[in-house]
Design a protein around this ligand. Structure first.
Ligand code: ATP
Ligand code: MG
Length: 252
């Protein structure tokens, strides 16, 4: 059994290839209880691949990943059980179009956790209220805005009472005006003590609630630091260039 002081996630020298292409190399980091780790870096640097390795959505061929005491690369691992402990929110929401909002938040609770319909509904409604969407419970995803759909996806992840939540660019498919409502939910989660790993280029979020920032380039974690020092005292030339581009995309 994991000890309460053990990291929730520990990745040691993780490597992965697609044929001859090294998509991840020597990636090591830890996420402790209630930490919010922000992963950023240029397109194609391996951020999505790394975060998907954490819940077994992608395999890896070198190193070791332990999540909540479970060795993810172990062939014996029960991936369904692992994924119920690790919530994941994607860029494109990935809600079930044929289920209502409430149905989306109830499904895995019943199928994976074996909760009764009444229990799953009660939990779904509590979480939909928490993300500000209780009045939309009976609607179908296509009737909601992108920001609302993403908040449903967060509620669905939380419904499994996860140990950690993973976010892969949760706001990058949203209209600018909807980014704030999703970030607000994420900030509240962070403040409530949820352990989170977020691939995001929302540097305000990183500064405000991040415990540390990992900067990736070409499959490697090239820089790790507390947000304050990462932004003020960026070490690598690549990270400096990256930050300059995202903070001042037109050079002004
Ligand atoms: N199934 C695959 N087969 C071969 N190459 C892949 C596969 N999936 C991803 N890649 C390559 O691996 C690299 C890392 O991809 P990944 O999606 O992890 O990057 P990313 O940092 O998340 O990029 P983005 O910011 O654009 O989302 C890219 O060069 C990508 O083309
Ligand atoms: Mg990606």
């Amino acid at each position: 059994m994991p000890n309460s002081v053990d990291p929730v996630i520990s990745a040691e020298k993780v490597g992965k290839h697609y044929g001859h292409f090294r998509v991840l190399q020597d990636c090591s980091f830890e996420v402790k209880n209630s930490e919010v780790v922000v992963i950023c870096g240029p397109s194609g640097s391996g951020k999505s691949t790394l975060i998907k390795c954490l819940n077994g959505l992608e395999g890896f061929d070198e190193g070791r990943i332990v999540v909540d005491g479970v060795s993810v690369g172990d062939p014996q691992v029960n991936l369904t059980k692992l994924r119920s402990r690790v919530g994941m929110v994607f860029q494109q929401f990935e809600l079930f179009p044929h289920l209502t909002v409430e149905g989306n938040v109830m499904l895995a609770q019943r199928r994976v956790l074996g909760r009764s319909t009444a229990e799953a509904r009660e939990r779904a409604r509590m979480l939909l209220d928490r993300v500000g969407l209780l009045e939309h419970s009976a609607k179908y995803p296509k009737m909601l805005s992108g920001g609302q759909q993403q908040r449903v996806a967060i509620a669905r992840g939380l419904a499994m009472d996860p140990k950690v939540m993973l976010f892969d660019e949760p706001t990058s498919a949203l209209d600018p005006e909807m980014i704030g409502e999703v970030l607000d939910v994420m900030v509240n989660l962070a403040k409530a003590g949820m352990t989170m790993v977020c691939v995001t280029h929302e540097m305000g979020f990183a500064r405000h609630v991040g415990s540390k920032v990992l900067f990736m380039d070409q499959g490697r974690i090239v820089e790790t630091g507390a947000p304050e020092s990462f932004f003020k005292n960026t070490q690598s030339e690549r990270a400096q260039r990256f930050l300059k581009n995202i903070l001042h995309p037109m050079g002004i």
